[in-house]
Design a protein around this ligand. Structure first.
Ligand SMILES: *Cc1c(COP(=O)(O)O)cnc(C)c1O
Length: 549
């Protein structure tokens, strides 16, 4: 146990000794923090199950524990802090690894990620430059090459030439899909507005001069309505403007509609905008659908713009020999985003963007004198972020330990489970499947069979009224289920083939946790049925009955 307080009371030498101790002596296992640590190491699933106590407190109540805005003046005991941590933070966090927690893209981790994370923290490498990372730099470059190969499947000579080339990088490792997407569009922007004749490029002269040089009034990015909100942030940041992120309508299956894409393109040309990039989505965040990537690649080639694929979620589908064809055309992307903290089962904070052309990242290359020198292998010269942790080690471990076949199994299982769940929803008398899973995400809602039958005969106005009531039911059930803390699905609003005229509220299930069983999924539905029986929800059902009677 470390007596931080002694630092304040003992002699100067003792102060210094104590100061040294917190940087050298590990916590004894019998101390509270050591005990927490040991319990987690022994059985993480058990620990989370025992110590995260459902959501008994409201967020407002929890805020009371975190409302002091002054930094503590006096040092305290580590063990005191550990008590606080256990009771106030761990207990009131979210059990994302629970097999019944099927609402978000965050799920369970393989156990070895935990000791690996400790090792990573202990080593505290900084990937911005070789001087603070040494072997970690080639290791990260290898990870980027492996993912590059997963997508682009170039031959051995290609990788032998580029993997450790000091002037180039096959991609950029970053904290997640948002930075990956931003980096991809940054590269596309700097390539389109690169140095040309007397124009020194957008990186040097800025957007205004770039537009003058291109003789257009703005840049535009085309993507379907199902685009992740990170693209909105990226266009804002890159000076392109949110108005110029053009959201193209989708077909009934939630994929970008090629006809609408063409007419949006014609329109933007008429408006004097220059197409910067076309973005295809491989696994939309809401429904998990994949855009027709081959057709998008054709179109991007035809109009001559950058083709980016946002495969933050769906990218690892490429591991599966069975389902890989769904992403056909991804290998034609100029750039592609993959999140490691989603379907590579790595802890939060790991994403990547890969580039088909090893020269692409030169468009954002940045050098500084004290680090990132020309000709060095420093990865920081090709990344948006500066100091970065050695997260690539966890991806490297996952790829090495789980292997291509292991990830294939995880992907295949998830897709299979989503199909089974969709069948269960379809077969259930109280539920309606809204979007069938293409990958491992599906949406559905509470809508009993008797009502579904009646709805077919209703006119548009009546249908809208009923849908509004059903929306309230979905919202109420989802909220109550989340608060009860036993199982969890998320909720979104979307148009679907069954209801093309309006957005409806739906439950969203993401089947990525290998420990989720059919029985647990059945329990999710049963819990929802039980919530529907509660008075407030029954009142809404009575209203519906009254309307369709
Ligand atoms: C999750 C996701 C992102 C954003 O990734 P973060 O890691 O949350 O920054 C972008 N696009 C898609 C399709 C996603 O699913």
């Amino acid at each position: 146990m470390i007596f931080w307080q002694q630092i304040m009371t003992e002699t100067a030498l003792a102060n210094l000794q104590n100061l040294y101790r917190i940087f050298t002596v590990p916590e004894a296992p019998e101390s509270t923090l050591g005990a927490v640590d040991q319990a987690i190491s022994e059985n993480v699933a058990d620990f989370l199950q025992k110590h995260i106590v459902a959501l008994e407190q409201s967020l407002e109540e929890i805020e009371n524990d975190f409302s002091v805005s002054k930094i503590p003046e006096e040092p305290s005991f580590v063990s005191e802090y550990a008590d606080f941590l256990k009771q106030k933070l761990v207990a009131q966090s979210v059990h994302t690894a629970a097999p019944g927690f099927v609402g978000h893209m965050t799920s369970a981790l393989p156990y070895f990620m935990l000791p690996l994370s400790r090792i990573m923290t202990a080593l505290n490498q900084n990937l911005v430059k070789v001087e603070t990372s040494k072997a970690f730099t080639p290791m990260e470059r290898q990870v980027l090459a492996m993912l590059h190969h997963l997508i682009y499947r170039r031959d051995d000579n290609f990788y032998a030439q580029w993997i450790h080339d000091s002037q180039h990088a096959l991609g950029a490792f970053c904290s997640g899909g948002t930075i990956a997407n931003t980096t991809a569009l940054w590269v596309a922007r700097n390539q389109l507005c690169g140095p040309n004749g007397s124009f020194a490029g957008i990186a040097k002269e800025g957007l205004f001069k770039a537009l003058q040089h291109l003789r257009c009034s703005g840049l535009a990015i085309l993507v379907s309505r199902r685009a992740h909100y990170s693209l909105g942030k990226a266009v804002d940041l890159l000076g392109i403007g949110r108005d110029n992120l053009i959201l193209v309508d989708t077909d009934v299956d939630s994929r970008i509609d090629m006809q609408s894409l063409k007419s949006e393109y014609t329109k933007l040309r008429k408006n004097d905008l220059c197409p910067l990039a076309l973005v295809g989505i491989a696994g939309t965040t809401e429904t998990g659908h994949v855009d027709p990537l081959d057709k998008l690649a054709d179109f991007a080639a035809e109009v001559g713009c950058h083709f980016h694929v946002d495969a933050a979620w769906g990218g690892p589908t490429l591991f599966s020999e069975t389902h890989r064809y769904l992403l056909k055309g991804a290998e034609r992307a100029d750039s592609l985003t993959i999140d490691a903290h989603k379907q590579l089962y790595v802890p939060m904070g790991a994403g990547m963007v890969l580039f088909k052309d090893p020269h692409a990242l030169s468009a954002i290359e940045h050098h500084a004198n004290y680090i990132l020198r020309h000709g060095s292998k420093d990865l920081g010269s090709h990344t948006l972020e500066g100091s970065r942790p050695g997260m690539a080690m966890l991806v490297h471990a996952g790829l090495s330990i789980i292997g291509r076949k292991g990830y294939e199994l995880l992907i295949d299982l998830g897709i299979e489970k989503a199909r089974q769940f969709a069948n269960a929803v379809n077969a259930h008398p109280n539920f309606e499947l809204i979007t069938a899973p293409e990958l491992n995400i599906l949406t559905y809602r509470y809508n009993p069979a008797w009502l579904q039958e009646k709805m077919v005969q209703l006119d548009r106005e009546q249908l809208q009224t009923i849908n509004q009531l059903l929306n309230l039911i979905t919202q109420e059930v989802q909220k109550r289920q989340r608060e009860a803390g036993k199982t969890f699905v998320s909720r979104t609003r979307l148009r679907s083939s069954g209801y093309p005229d309006e957005q409806i509220s739906v439950f969203r299930a993401v089947l990525a946790n290998p420990l989720t069983t059919e029985a647990i999924l059945a329990a999710v539905l049963e819990e929802q049925c039980a919530i529907v029986k509660q008075t407030e929800v029954q009142n809404l059902i009575e209203k519906i009955k009254h309307i369709v009677a």
